[in-house]
Structures are given as structure tokens and as C-alpha cells.
Design a protein around this ligand. Structure first.
Ligand SMILES: [Zn+2]
Ligand SMILES: [Zn+2]
Length: 268
């Protein structure tokens, strides 16, 4: 297994697309997106930054010029591989000005720490494109969050997108993963990540035979849910990719009146 998380996600998406016909289409498109994200992340890592360029061309973070130059190539990826509605939205954005792109990206970035925006095509473009940058900025911060007990991301203030159970002793240690910057932090196992409910009778957990390592964790108090990838049952799983692949569980939970805490990148 590759140590580069982007490469790991690419490989896992390919593997699961073969394994799960019900998620093949979504995973093939996600695979193209993550390939672009990987390339962007490595370009950011290799960028010289402001200290080597005495006259920055644009205001803002030193990587802004590099980022903006990659937005149109990203739109091309979506036009070539995305579902019809997103491909059409990408064409429209591509016809727009560079200023409108800057505005879209800034608006999404500035949303950090406040309530999350409703999902939609524009949100998809900003989120998918900026995720590598958010991970890049986070990897350069020396923030430590030992003892942190909240359910929102300690780095960027957004909602968790999924949970993970990692092997610990005879059981599993639960953590939450940020829906944007992919930070992971420990979180108590029997607590709703949305409303804080702690009564286990109100926190039902469901699994399905075809995906025994993915749990749907629901809350009957606030009617929210999130999916948790159980690495004690499948050590080969990649939490982000396996969460996306488990489409039938989202449909199942939503049919029963539960709303997801935060949709994943594929808007599910
Ligand atoms: Zn975050
Ligand atoms: Zn709740």
C-alpha cells in the first residue's frame, strides 16, 4: 500500500470500482478527481513560496497564483469525466472570467469556521479543488489537539464527513475526519457528533452484508447520521474512499428520514 495518501485513494477507488458495481460510476469519476488533487498537492509542495519570489504577482497566500492557474485544468477534468450536470456546470464556469473563479474559491475558503454552505455544483468545484490546498496548509501548521473533545474540525471549523474505528486493544478507537481538510481527531464512541446525545438507545448503528466494515451511525434525537469505516474489520479500507463507495447505506438512511451530517465530495 502506498504511503502517499493521494496515491492510496487513487488505488483504492480503482479497486472498489471493480468490487462494487453499484458504486463503479461514482468511483471512476472520483478517481479522476483524486488524480487531479494528487497532482495539485504535489505542485503545492514543490512551489517555492513567497520567500523565493521577491515580487509576488498577486496578493494573498504565496501559492495563490499557482492555485488559480490550475482551476481551468480542473474544470477540464470535470468536463471530460463528470456526470452530465456537473460537466455542463464546468463548461459554464470555464466560460466565466478569472475574477469570478477567484471569487468562488475565496467565498468557499472564507466559509471556514461558520455554518456549512448548502451542497450544489458550485460548492463541489470549490471543495474538490481546494481540498488539497487545505490539506497542504494543515500539514504545515503545528497545531496539536490532544484533549480536544468537540465534533467540529479543530483545524478549519467544518463538520466531520465521516468516522473511523482504528484498532485499539480488543476494540476500536473512534475518530472523526474533517469533511474538508481531512484532519482526524479522536471522539468518544457513544456520542452523537451532531447534537451530543449520549443515550445508546437513541444511537442505533446499522450495517449491510455487502459492506460489513461500514457502519451507519444514526441519532434518533436529531435525526442526523454519519458513516464510520471500521478498520478493525477491514484493514485495507481507505476511510474517505470506502465512505464514498458505501452509497446504498446513504440511500437506506435517507429513506428512513435521517439527514447526513455533511455530504461527501460526491454530494451523497
Ligand atoms: Zn478541517
Ligand atoms: Zn444527534
Amino acid at each position: 500500500m502506498s504511503r502517499d495518501p493521494w496515491q492510496r485513494r487513487t488505488e483504492r477507488a480503482k479497486e472498489l470500482a471493480r468490487q462494487y458495481p453499484f458504486a463503479a460510476e461514482i468511483l471512476r469519476f472520483y478517481g479522476e478527481v483524486v488524480r487531479f488533487q494528487k497532482d495539485l498537492y504535489h505542485r503545492l509542495e514543490g512551489s517555492p513560496g513567497r520567500k523565493h519570489s521577491p515580487k509576488p504577482q498577486v496578493a494573498g497566500p504565496p501559492e495563490l497564483g499557482l492555485l488559480l492557474a490550475r482551476f481551468r485544468p480542473f474544470l477540464s477534468v470535470v468536463q471530460a469525466h463528470g456526470p452530465a450536470q456537473l460537466a455542463q456546470a464546468a463548461r459554464q464556469l470555464d466560460a466565466g472570467s478569472g475574477d469570478s473563479h477567484t471569487q468562488l474559491l475565496n467565498a468557499f475558503w472564507d466559509h471556514m469556521g461558520t455554518a456549512d454552505a448548502p451542497p450544489g455544483p458550485e460548492q463541489f468545484f470549490a471543495r474538490a479543488f481546494l481540498e488539497p490546498y487545505a490539506e497542504f496548509v494543515r500539514s504545515r501548521s503545528d497545531l496539536h489537539w490532544d484533549g480536544y473533545t468537540q465534533s467540529i474540525c479543530p483545524f478549519c471549523g467544518r463538520q466531520p464527513g465521516l468516522g473511523v474505528l482504528r484498532p485499539l486493544g480488543d476494540g476500536g478507537q473512534r475518530s472523526l475526519v474533517c469533511s474538508f481538510c481531512a484532519a482526524e481527531w479522536q471522539f468518544r464512541r457513544i456520542v452523537c457528533a451532531s447534537c451530543g446525545e449520549q443515550d445508546h438507545r437513541k444511537l442505533p448503528v446499522y450495517t449491510a452484508d455487502e459492506l460489513p466494515h461500514v457502519r451507519v451511525e444514526c441519532c434518533d434525537t436529531c435525526k442526523r447520521y454519519l458513516k464510520t469505516v471500521d478498520l478493525t474489520k477491514n484493514g485495507l479500507a481507505d476511510p474517505v474512499v470506502d465512505e464514498i463507495a458505501a452509497v446504498p447505506l446513504d440511500l437506506w438512511a435517507q429513506e428512513r428520514g435521517y439527514t447526513k451530517l455533511q455530504p461527501n465530495l460526491m454530494q451523497l
